[in-house]
Design a protein around this ligand. Sequence first.
Ligand SMILES: Cc1cc2nc3c(=O)[nH]c(=O)nc-3n(C[C@H](O)[C@H](O)[C@H](O)COP(=O)(O)OP(=O)(O)OC[C@H]3O[C@@H](n4cnc5c(N)ncnc54)[C@H](O)[C@@H]3O)c2cc1C
Length: 342
Amino acid sequence: MAKFEGYKDIYVFVEQKNGVIAEVGYELISEARKLVASIPEMGFKVVGVLLGHQIADKANEVIAHGADKVIVVDDVLLKDYSTQFYADALTQVIENYKPDSFLTGATVLGRDLAPRVAARINAGLTADATKIAIDLDKAKEGEALLLVTRPTFGGNLFGTIVCPDTRPQMATIRPKVFDMAPVDETRTGEVETFSPNWKTTEPEVTIDKVVEKIVEGVDITKANILVGAGRGAEGCLDVVKACAEELDGVMCATRAVVEDGYADKNIQVGQTGKTVRPALYIACGISGAVQHVAGMEKSDMIIAINRDPEAEIFKISNMGFVGDVNEVLPLLVEEIKKAKAA
Ligand SMILES: Cc1cc2nc3c(=O)[nH]c(=O)nc-3n(C[C@H](O)[C@H](O)[C@H](O)COP(=O)(O)OP(=O)(O)OC[C@H]3O[C@@H](n4cnc5c(N)ncnc54)[C@H](O)[C@@H]3O)c2cc1C
């Protein structure tokens, strides 16, 4: 008998709020597709799990993004996120369907939900991962062992974690670390509804009021062009902002700048900030510490300005200026203005 009889497929939690699906769910489905393609001998499928109320019509969208099958749990108790009811429902889905792996976005919701479910079913969970793969040697022996990589020791090292003893192998994965595959509206798949057997419908916690957080400015994770300010650019943040505006982009910052009080935490890029993937990232006076780079290295084009020719940031840059940012950046802004006027 196989070690984990009955466990199969890679499941992805498809997070939604008010019927709007978070992109990370589609990023994980796209990556899960690559994983199942790497082990055709296992015959695994990619299964999306969609929880909410009046969200059944979203299942086809999930299939168009790459799922072979979608399990829909549509219940009024799941209208808004509740740790209790979401954890109850998801635990039952996992116990019923027996996924081999279960991936969740490392969002605020995912970080709350996944560990609670993992504890209930006594499964191993790797949190806040940035890379996933399957051990191809083990796959030849009939086991789809997931290799989950995450930063460790303050972000100075990356550790790969395996959960060989329990199923499903659970992981929360940061948004924006994987590409989202193009949508294919012609894809077809199976949609199955699942009705949880609620132990109680009485909420343990009642929410009196939900206050939407007001995010100042543009969400940096959605920006196509980012101009990043590091400690070396603290004396010319107005020029950094002007540069971003000229390019129809947005300013972001390193943790050093946030800690020095020059920028808000919600524009911090990096391991303890946000992960971004813009088309262009201009790094101004940024050293290129591993914790910052972890959040922006997947940008399509990186241009760095730093007065230290040995700065780490140049190692991941497509183009670099060695010089004082106070001198180089205003010149760059002038050139951008000229190019726009031409
Ligand atoms: C657990 C942990 C988590 C962390 N998470 C994050 C995170 O999410 N994001 C993050 O950014 N950091 C994070 N850090 C901090 C990180 O290690 C670095 O300290 C930080 O990224 C450094 O920011 P910086 O490059 O702006 O500053 P510095 O390291 O001080 O570098 C400034 C750079 O500017 C250059 N410079 C100085 N003056 C000029 C000038 N006039 N013109 C041109 N160049 C100039 C210097 O040569 C230098 O390279 C984390 C650290 C830890 C331990």
